[in-house]
Design a protein. Structure first.
Length: 723
């Protein structure tokens, strides 16, 4: 009878230099680089003390391990150590146990950074030895002298011991059923099966460069003139248009609003009050400035030359609180639908690709939560609800084939408005996702139509909002009738897998969202506030709002005028002054500013705060979200609907993919779809398997009707739908 499994912590330490490091290269490219060398590794077997294995001893040690019965434990191993173990030495463990993945899933927003050092400190175990100084001393040294290797060994041994302790603590809270999922996510990187076509990717790279050059040539300009903010601003002024501006959130200074997310700028592309040339300038800037496609084609081409394959590089529980996978350094989840690059991602020789996309999964989940069984039955019968919504709103017959642009409006509306989005958010999403511009009044009309049509979803928001209020009072809400598999507690909601949506320290707080809205208003429409006439006031208000939204207090060593405006924000939010009170008269008497200027700044700030008031909101502690000002994130019924919709969709799809993986291991998951390389003689059987599994509801929610769309093709860009 076989004995217990071996728990092995194995932490590789490798050569790096100024021009060769994980700061300069992605882990797959770093490991595949000819300069790669492992100095050695810290090893900890079960509960034995950790020790050092040198470079020359590594091959013999690794050969001695019974890998089919070994749990390989490391911190972030899928993106680095696993690539070394399999790619360099050729060994595969029974399971990958990644404490970074566990930290994301278990700790969530309780900690800002999930590095081993930060996790160790958070758990009361201490951090890395000497802050990593031993590792820094090895930079650029390919063959370590004995004293340097001893120092590195001590550092690595501390990491190995710390990793084992972290694993023991987090393992008590990590659902055992998620270990195979974590392992599969690692293997999509360490055992890549997708192949890269170097010739095609090189052509994509060159085509994108040529496209940008043609775009610039069409209006008789050089690319540099259009890409440079200052030169482009000069071109706009020469055409009779004043460049739009905003207050930078990074520098707090006035800067040009030329980003694709700046609505005031993107609207200029179709503004008929501008000259044709001015509109062409804006379109050229929008087309030239983005370098994503060019950079991605170049990156994939270089990977094709050096490696030939494409590691997925996905992050387990990367989306905080919903536990969905997220992209990493290559972000394969962010390839545009029609990108020619996708044709360069191919099946291995003798295989084809099978892709399955779960149909309307978040829509079905929310309908199920809201008890909308009639709509679910119509979905199950094949009804196109996106077209029906658009037909009802526009008053004309809409279909996927005849009027796809109007159907897209219906699709964006139904997928975004189910989570409580308002007119401004919907308007922006429609532009980003469908490249369609509508006025704010038109957006509000769509929102009103949706909420009148789907009253049960509004009732769901209200129900979930009440549950949040119960939780804030320290009470665990009762069972949600529409989804009994959810387990409600006062600070979290446990999902069927055992993972949880966590809302620690949930309480009522005077929310700073009004100040964020005011900041957005100042950034996108300063003219209506008269701020473009007084740039100094604009900069003060922008810096004050940004500081208040971020930390609730004035930034260090800020100007007295900014301090004064931050104090106004604090008073509006019901907060005490954070520094000695500064009033307008004292600023004037100190000779800091003219009276009319500071009075104008005070009056404008008060008008902004009256227009965008700060209201009491339910908020929870969330240090891991960069968009959570001061470490607090608001939560309400619509947002909890989104959290539940996305996390339950993740639960369903993960279960489906893991069942399919028993026969064919997925090489990639992108949002609600999976991609499998399959031998050509097994394609039809794989299609049948995938279709059956992705149409089967989970045992914990048997009433939800599911469906999927299956495609087959030789590469990721030429997939054709099959019945």
């Amino acid at each position: 009878m076989a004995g217990p499994l071996t728990r092995l912590v194995l932490d590789f330490e490798t050569y790096y230099a100024d021009d060769y490091s994980l700061r300069k290269q992605s882990p797959p490219m770093y490991v595949a680089d000819p300069r790669f060398k492992a100095h050695g590794a810290a090893v900890k077997v079960n509960d034995e003390p950790a020790y050092w294995v040198s470079h020359d001893e590594l091959p013999g040690f690794l050969a001695s391990v019974d890998w089919p019965r070994t749990l390989y434990i490391n911190h972030n191993n899928a993106l680095f150590d696993g690539l070394i173990l399999e790619g360099i030495y050729g060994y595969t463990p029974l399971y990958y146990i990644d404490t970074l993945c566990m930290a994301r899933a278990v700790l969530g927003g309780a900690i800002k950074s999930k590095s081993l050092d930060s996790v160790g400190e958070h758990l009361g175990l201490g951090g890395k030895e000497f802050g990593g100084a031993a590792l820094a001393a090895c930079k650029g040294v390919r063959d370590l002298p004995p004293e340097l290797e001893r120092s590195l060994a001590s550092y690595a041994i501390r990491d190995a011991e710390l990793t084992a302790q972290v694993c023991e603590i987090l393992g008590r809270q990590f659902p055992i059923g998620e270990i195979p999922v974590m392992d599969w996510v690692a293997r999509m990187t360490t055992q890549p099966t997708l192949r890269l076509n170097a010739a095609h990717l090189y052509q994509c790279w060159q085509d994108e460069i040529a496209r940008k050059e043609r775009l610039a040539a069409e209006i008789g300009l050089d690319k540099t003139q259009i890409r440079s903010d200052q030169q482009f601003a000069g071109l706009l002024r020469a055409s009779g248009v004043e460049p739009p501006t905003k207050v930078s959130r990074k520098t707090h200074k006035v800067t040009f609003a030329f980003a694709k997310t700046d609505q005031v700028f993107t609207d200029m592309a179709d503004d008929e009050s501008l000259s044709d040339y001015s509109r062409e300038l804006v379109r050229a800037r929008l087309g030239l400035k983005s370098s994503i496609e060019e950079t991605r084609a170049k990156t994939y081409y270089e990977a094709a030359v050096l490696r030939g394959d494409l590691p997925a590089m996905l992050q387990f529980s990367g989306a905080q609180n919903t536990h969905r996978l997220s992209g990493s350094v290559w972000n394969l989840q962010n390839n545009s639908r029609n990108s020619p690059i996708k044709k360069g991602i191919e099946a291995p020789p003798g295989c084809g690709l099978v892709e399955a996309d779960s149909s309307n999964i978040e829509l079905r989940v929310v309908f199920m939560l809201a008890g909308m069984h009639d709509e679910l039955a119509r979905l199950a019968a094949g009804a196109d609800l996106y077209s029906e919504f658009a037909s009802g709103y526009f008053g004309v017959e809409v279909s996927k084939d005849v009027s796809p642009d109007l159907r897209q409006v219906g699709k964006v509306a139904m997928l975004s408005l189910q989570y409580g989005a308002g007119a401004d958010t919907f308007r922006q999403m429609l532009w980003v996702q469908a490249k369609r511009r509508i006025t704010r009044d038109e957006a509000q009309a769509v929102v009103n139509y949706y909420r009148a049509k789907y009253r049960k979803i509004k009732a769901l928001w209200a129900d979930l909002g009440q549950r949040l209020r119960d939780m804030a009072s320290g009470r665990a809400p009762g069972e949600l009738e529409s989804c009994p598999a959810l387990k409600w507690h006062a600070d979290r909601i446990v999902l069927p897998s055992g993972l949880a949506l966590k809302y620690p320290e949930l309480r009522w707080r005077r929310d700073r969202f009004g100040a964020r809205q005011a900041l957005d208003a100042v950034n996108t429409d300063p003219v209506s506030w008269g701020l473009d006439q007084v740039p100094a006031v604009w900069a003060w208000i922008g810096e004050a709002l940004e500081a208040f939204v971020d930390k609730g207090a004035p930034p260090a060593n800020c100007a007295p005028e900014v301090d004064f405006l931050v104090q106004l924000c604090r008073l509006e939010a019901g907060m005490p002054a954070s520094s000695a009170a500064v009033d307008a008269d004292s600023l004037v008497s100190q000779g800091q500013v003219q009276k009319d200027v500071i009075e104008y700044a005070e009056r404008t700030m008060r008008l902004l705060l009256a227009r965008y008031p700060m209201k009491s909101q339910l908020s929870y502690k969330n240090l891991g979200d960069k968009d959570a000002p001061g470490g607090w994130k608001k939560i309400y019924g619509g947002l909890l609907t989104e959290n539940l919709g996305q996390s339950l969709a993740r639960e369903i799809i993960t279960e489906q993919l893991m069942r399919i993986n028993r026969t064919h291991m997925a090489a990639l998951q992108v949002h609600d779809s999976g991609l499998w390389p399959v031998r050509l003689d097994q394609i039809q059987a794989a299609v049948n398997l995938v279709h059956r599994e992705m149409s089967t509801p989970p045992s914990w929610w048997p009433g939800i009707p599911l469906a999927c769309e299956v495609k087959v093709g030789p590469n990721y860009g030429e997939l054709k739908r099959v019945k």
